[in-house]
Design a binder for this molecule. Sequence first.
Ligand SMILES: NC(=O)c1ccc[n+]([C@@H]2O[C@H](COP(=O)([O-])OP(=O)(O)OC[C@H]3O[C@@H](n4cnc5c(N)ncnc54)[C@H](O)[C@@H]3O)[C@@H](O)[C@H]2O)c1
Length: 269
Amino acid sequence: MTSGKRLDGRIALVSGALRGIGRAIAECLVADGATTIITDLDAPDSAEPRTVLAAIPGAIYMQLDATDDANWQNARARVEAMFGRLDILVNNVGADLTGKVQDLALEDWRRLMTLNIDTVFLGTKTFQPLLAKTGDSTPYGSSIINISSIMGLVGMGEVSAYNASKGAVRLFTKSNALEFADAGVPIRVNSVHPGFVETPLLHKGMERWAARDGTVTAQQLIDAMAQTTPVKRLAQPIEIGRVVAFLASDDSSYMTGSEVVVDGGWTAR
Ligand SMILES: NC(=O)c1ccc[n+]([C@@H]2O[C@H](COP(=O)([O-])OP(=O)(O)OC[C@H]3O[C@@H](n4cnc5c(N)ncnc54)[C@H](O)[C@@H]3O)[C@@H](O)[C@H]2O)c1
């Protein structure tokens, strides 16, 4: 509390934070002084949580399947018991699904919507009362950050399911921002729209796309992503994490309902 970091004394929870962008977000929140709860699917005593906690000293791990209402209720009870507050909620969990619309299976479509939209809804709904209460004790309120995508802003062929899910995250964010502001509830809500970020999700997604296509390799697809990005490279997860930490902090005090694009210029054209 004496170091003077911008998130000192704040409590944060990040969904899907053992890998990729979520992990980098947790690193940035901890670096800014927040007590950060990393949540993910893995059992607490398994290898990955132990490795991540060793790499991010001061972080806490909680097992939380973000698609499951009862898991969220349990997380809320634990956060209330441990800290009595939550300042920052990052709804980060998400997956991808590509393919021609006529080839998409309904069960795969529904699974994606569960992972990409239900998780944001459940996190927001479950923690809204605690975030609202906590927000009264800080100058500019609590902060919810929802991880959408550039694919929530513009369409792309063979990406219809992911486009639909991430577009939903974008508007769910704005709706909540207005609902809370109108009612004087001290919670800011913003969405972040990364471009192509070097994570396990990106690599696995391109491997599936290459296997379906049969004429290109995953690496060729990834190289093409970098080449079609104005800055000619993919993002590193930490470059998204830093923006999320800004939105979590009072440095973004006048921002709510915003869509923050972090895409190396991809959507600027
Ligand atoms: N990687 C990109 O290029 C990119 C671009 C734009 C947006 N995004 C979005 O950023 C977010 C994170 O993506 P990423 O690339 O880091 O993904 P990732 O697959 O690399 O990591 C996702 C993490 O979420 C966890 N997870 C999955 N299902 C879960 C569940 N039901 N409950 C709890 N945890 C769960 C995984 O175990 C993993 O640790 C997603 O919402 C994704 O759509 C990613």
